[in-house]
Design a protein around this ligand. Structure first.
Ligand SMILES: NC(=O)c1ccc[n+]([C@@H]2O[C@H](COP(=O)([O-])OP(=O)(O)OC[C@H]3O[C@@H](n4cnc5c(N)ncnc54)[C@H](OP(=O)(O)O)[C@@H]3O)[C@@H](O)[C@H]2O)c1
Length: 335
């Protein structure tokens, strides 16, 4: 028989009752605690990550819409509070992270499939733990799996100062690539330098693409990881090395490109969507992330911390902020 061990029966959580502007993110104080199924765990959430996709879903424009009302957020870190009867590899009290919070991460408690719940290494705080899931899994899949990065190659992280970009920088640096990165502010440029970029460029400066080419002896980067394809794809085609790979991770609109550039370079332009990852790929990323936490090269940088009450501001910031400095998170509980 399943016996509840948590004392609380209600919790604070953000609830969305209609799709729309950030103001639809309402904090409620008497939301019933979710109950884990036999294969799930209940996690006491210490910190929750804020992803751009959370805003696309909230606005109602995203292809996959949750049933209303719902609690947003998939990336969380915290402590296992209860385990379902089939769960063997986790126990109450374990420090964990997941990017698959099933009942919603912007809450004091959330459920997650035990198979999607991973141990958080003691090298990392809960706040850093909330910065692992979507950013690092996206970065690893884009760079290593879809991009096929090899030691000795040169990669340009086009938009390196945000959560996914910084994760790309750390992974590429740890794998022996030469890492070029862009940011839009001096603070962002300093941050990406500190995190492993060998050369940095401001994507708001006129002519920065020429400087990137010069930094590669005019041969161009072998790989470009692109965070804003609707602005940069044509420019990427002018920069990429012959036979290079451009991996589109972020895009917010349409763009006209000159296909002849792709012919001249014989380059590959591919999209990458994390949720297309196979189980085998997820297993590979789990192992790489566990090693990165253990060996210390995975260090999510927390740019700004919000309370749940500040959820509308947090959603404004994650989508509109210029001058990103890593990951935005909610601090939910510090107990
Ligand atoms: N494909 C997937 O599966 C997947 C998964 C996760 C995220 N994403 C997408 O990937 C993108 C990045 O996510 P994130 O969480 O890292 O967001 P973020 O933290 O807000 O970072 C956004 C990044 O884009 C940079 N940027 C702004 N203007 C740019 C420009 N003109 N050229 C190049 N870069 C520019 C920002 O730099 P400054 O602020 O310094 O200017 C910052 O580094 C988002 O669009 C997100 O939706 C896709």
């Amino acid at each position: 028989m399943f016996v509840r061990s948590v004392v609380n029966t209600v919790m604070r959580a953000i609830r969305v009752k209609e799709f729309g502007s950030p103001e639809v993110l309402r904090l409620e104080t008497n939301v019933p605690l979710p109950k884990p199924s036999n294969d799930q765990v209940l996690i006491k959430v210490h910190a929750a990550g804020i992803n751009p996709v959370d805003t696309y879903i909230r606005s109602g424009t995203y292809a996959a819409k949750p049933t209303l009302p719902y609690t947003p957020g998939k990336d969380i870190a915290g402590v296992v509070e209860e385990v379902g009867s089939n769960v063997r590899h986790l126990k109450k009290g374990d420090r964990v992270y997941t990017m698959s919070a099933t009942s919603g991460g912007y809450a004091e408690y959330s459920t997650a499939a035990s198979s999607d719940t991973k141990l958080l290494h003691s090298n990392l705080t809960y706040e850093q733990g909330a910065g692992i899931g979507v950013p690092y899994y996206t970065a690893y899949r884009a760079l290593m799996i879809v991009g096929g990065a090899k030691p000795g190659e040169t990669v340009l992280i086009h938009g390196a100062s945000g959560a996914v970009g910084l994760a790309c920088v750390q992974i590429a640096h740890s794998r022996g690539l030469r890492v070029l990165g862009t940011a839009g502010s001096q603070a962002g440029l300093d941050l990406i330098t500190k995190n492993g970029c060998d050369a940095v460029f401001c994507h708001r400066d006129e002519g920065y693409a020429t400087k990137i080419l010069e930094a590669t002896n005019n041969t161009g980067p072998n790989i470009i990881i692109e965070m804003l394809a609707n602005v940069n794809l044509e420019r990427d085609l002018t920069m990429i090395a012959k036979k290079g790979r451009i991996v589109v991770v972020g895009n917010r609109g349409s763009v006209e490109i000159t296909p002849r550039l792709a012919m001249q370079k014989e380059c590959i332009v591919t999209g990458m969507l994390l949720f297309n990852a196979s189980q085998g790929e997820m297993d590979e990323i789990d192992a790489a992330v566990a090693a990165g936490m253990r060996d210390g090269w995975i260090k999510p940088h927390i740019g700004k911390v919000y309370t749940l009450e500040q959820a509308p501001n947090a959603h404004e910031d994650v989508i509109n902020n210029k001058g990103a400095q890593g990951r935005l998170i909610f601090r939910v509980s510090s107990e």
